[in-house]
Write a new protein. Structure first.
Length: 374
């Protein structure tokens, strides 16, 4: 699920803002947009998929309080459902403290009707993206940058630092984005916002430097690590039972399948055979690993001819790359769709010059800098 929030003074049409933001984050036919108004704002959600999870991530309380979560939070004890049910009924700061107990990748927005304030909580590593724009009398939050741009409530201007980092490194640095005035909410953040006073407070509930590792890799207890992994498998299985595991011959796939087997969870295996890549070795290794782990239900599929020239592949790029900006696009496959009338800067800053990320092949943007300096 993706989330969007518009809150602040009554000078803004928060329902329209939240609706536009949510609709801009729809990238498939299986999505449903839901928008709810509250005093001083509106909350939008984009629900995807045809199999609702056992744990609802959009919760309401009898007094009108609301809680919406993007991502897949888990909990070590008590279960996610118990934590969400308690949090939605609490006042702002108590709800934020409760939500900060969650594990997994998530971003939560809570509206407390009792004290008419919002709280926002991100996971402790900041894996689940959430973007913020705070101006005079207006707070906007969205799972994607383009959601905030589509609100119609902010001036759209490019951020030179954000674009520079994007081109040079393939991703943003720190909390910057490609849109001026829009920032990514920091990891382990708790934000509290009062729409009636436009007061925004921020704090951090965890920091990496709080950990003081001692010892070496030889001191690690593999049994404890395995127990923690099995605990996470049990926590994630609260959402669904069964399902499909995208399987390969890699170590991570084998480890995950072994953990699922030990947890008593049966899943179907889906393997994509890349026949042109090392003579299809990926599928061969995956099939052998599945047999060794006792999984007979292994389906091997071949990508259809012309897939990389299809609309389905472009949809994949939009869902997987555009929503979380990165320069890991399959450029050679996309280039055929770039037409002159698009006026696109396709090869960096000039003909024949390609922008090169660190550790990339020789050439690239530094060639232009050398020419300019001489």
């Amino acid at each position: 699920m993706k989330i969007a929030l518009s809150a602040g003074s009554t000078d803004h049409d928060h329902y329209a803002n939240a609706k536009s933001m949510a609709e801009a984050m729809v990238h498939g036919d299986d999505a449903e947009v839901r928008v709810e108004s509250f005093e001083g704002g509106a909350l939008g959600c984009v629900v995807t998929g045809d199999r609702p999870p056992r744990i609802p991530l959009h919760v309401a309380a009898p007094d009108g309080s609301r809680l919406a979560i993007a991502g897949v939070p888990i909990a070590g004890s008590g279960g996610v459902t118990e934590i969400l049910t308690r949090a939605v009924r609490q006042e702002t700061r108590a709800a934020a403290r409760t939500l900060s107990r969650l594990d997994g990748a998530f971003a939560a927005i809570h509206w407390a009707a009792a004290n008419r304030t919002c709280s926002v909580v991100t996971d402790f590593l900041g894996v689940q993206p959430l973007y913020i724009c705070h101006g005079e009398g207006l707070l906007l939050l969205a799972s994607e940058v383009q959601g905030i741009a589509a609100s119609g409530a902010v001036h759209i201007d490019m951020d030179p630092a954000g674009w520079g980092a994007f081109f040079c490194f393939g991703h943003a640095l720190g909390d910057s984005t490609q849109l001026a005035g829009v920032r990514r909410v920091a990891p382990a953040s708790i934000l509290c916002y009062a729409p009636h006073s436009d007061r925004l407070e921020a704090e951090t509930y965890w920091a990496l430097d709080a950990i003081s590792p001692r010892g070496s890799a030889q001191d690690l207890d593999s049994g404890t690590i395995k127990a923690l992994l099995l605990q996470d498998v049990a926590a994630y299985s609260e959402y669904y039972s069964g399902g499909t595991l995208f399987f390969s011959g890699g170590y991570d796939s084998r480890l995950l399948l072994a953990l699922l087997k030990e947890s008593g969870l049966d899943v179907e295996l889906l393997v994509v055979d890349h026949a042109g890549h090392f003579l299809g070795m990926e599928a061969k290794l995956a099939k052998r690993a599945a047999q060794n782990l006792g999984s007979a239900d292994c389906r091997i599929v071949n990508p259809p001819d012309g897939f990389y020239n299809s609309a389905d592949f472009l949809r994949y790029l939009a869902m997987n790359e555009v929503t979380s900006p990165a320069l890991s696009l399959f450029i050679s496959k996309v280039s055929q769709y770039v037409q002159p009338e698009m006026r696109a800067i396709w090869q960096g800053v000039g003909p024949g010059h390609v922008i090169r990320p660190p550790l990339g092949p020789p050439g690239g943007i530094e060639r232009c800098f050398r020419c300019a300096s001489t």
